[in-house]
Design a protein around this ligand. Structure first.
Ligand code: PNS
Length: 168
């Protein structure tokens, strides 16, 4: 008689780390793709004491929570220190990063290989956001907001409101 051996449920946890200052439609596009691929997707905001951000970490977290609330498997968290340590702590085996154009590749390659050296069990997975967002970055968004330019289609409406308030 055939014996049915219970198979272990495989749960994949991925971390999508970044500054998210602020979250853009490009980030959102990647989060949407990532949540389809992984059982759990942790969007982790780096608490970087060196950079001078536009939004505080709690503000960035609040905006991310606001625009990802439709996806149950997406969690927003904050981390500091090495990403590999945080990944170990959260039991994640995958780092998710977006590559928009060739210009992103060198920096991403360096980071992925360094993270692999620090923690060989950790894999970096790259996904391409929709081509509409290939020219989009949080830095460009901050600059447009600073000079009062149009932000429609670049960030979610709630983020646009926050940006306008910040520069007014
Ligand atoms: O959105 P960003 O600013 O390109 O994200 C960069 C981030 C947060 C992924 C990267 O700076 C990072 O992981 N920092 C944590 C410190 C670390 O682990 N450094 C070694 C990796 S090379």
């Amino acid at each position: 008689m055939l014996r049915v051996i219970p198979t272990r449920m495989k749960t994949s946890v991925a971390i999508y780390p970044g500054s998210f200052d602020p979250v853009t439609n490009g980030h959102l596009d990647l989060i949407e793709r990532g949540q389809k691929m992984f059982d759990r997707l942790i969007v982790a905001v780096l608490k970087n004491t060196e950079k001078e951000p536009m939004f505080t970490v709690p503000e960035r977290v609040e905006m991310l929570r606001d625009v990802t609330q439709q996806w149950e498997s997406v969690e927003i968290d904050v981390f500091e220190g090495l990403l590999v340590d945080y990944a170990r702590k959260r039991g994640a085996a995958v780092i998710l990063r977006g590559i928009r154009a060739v210009s992103d590749y060198e920096y991403e390659l360096q980071m992925a290989l360094m993270n692999r050296k620090l923690e060989p069990r950790l894999e970096t997975v790259f996904m391409m956001p929709g081509e509409t967002y290939s020219y989009l970055s949080a830095k460009v968004v901050r600059e447009i907001a600073h000079f009062g330019g149009p932000l429609a289609g670049l960030v979610p409406p709630t983020v646009e409101k926050r940006l306008r308030a910040k520069v007014s």
